[in-house]
Design a protein around this ligand. Sequence first.
Ligand code: MG
Ligand code: ZN
Length: 210
Amino acid sequence: MRAVFLDRDGTLNVNTGYVGDPRDVRLIAGAAMGVKLLGDAGFATVVVSNQSGIARGYFSESDADAVDARVRELLAQAGASITATYRCPHLPDGECECRKPKPGMLLRAAADLNIDFASSWIVGDRLLDVEAGNAVGCRSVVVSGVPPHEPPEDFSLAQPEYFARDLVDAARYIVAHATEVRPQEAGTPYRPHETGTTSGRSAGAREKHA
Ligand SMILES: [Mg+2]
Ligand SMILES: [Zn+2]
């Protein structure tokens, strides 16, 4: 099936920095409507989130579960649902295969949900979100994120298709352009552990997460 991979912090909810308490969760304006539009259009909505606060000891896996549940609860109150949620709890030291910009979470989701990358998208507020999508041949949209990142990131080499004001704008772009031929090739293919970079059936990093 086709999916939209969604970053969490800064894309669905306000990124207050290492969000580890469900009481701190606030949705970004437009997030719920955007997720609903994507679901209504037949996309699986799959959250893929780097949560190194776990490895850093700032909060636990169960705290992160509670935050994810709170995000889903707030979305559900507006009629929007999340198909599946994936998380990387590791440090940004390059030791794991799941932390974005690596595509391990996308590969796991594709194996679990039979996702076709070529007709799927990733939406996020950071360069590493776009790069994770590029690694498997997904199309990408950047949302502005709240608050903005300092210093600003240079997205030019990663070539996201569109810079959206918010998730509603992103969803409308995706729904309007989903059946068109993509306007450009995505960035460099992902090589380690991968042979078929656009195949949803490739094993990829799956064993490491079994
Ligand atoms: Mg983010
Ligand atoms: Zn990881």
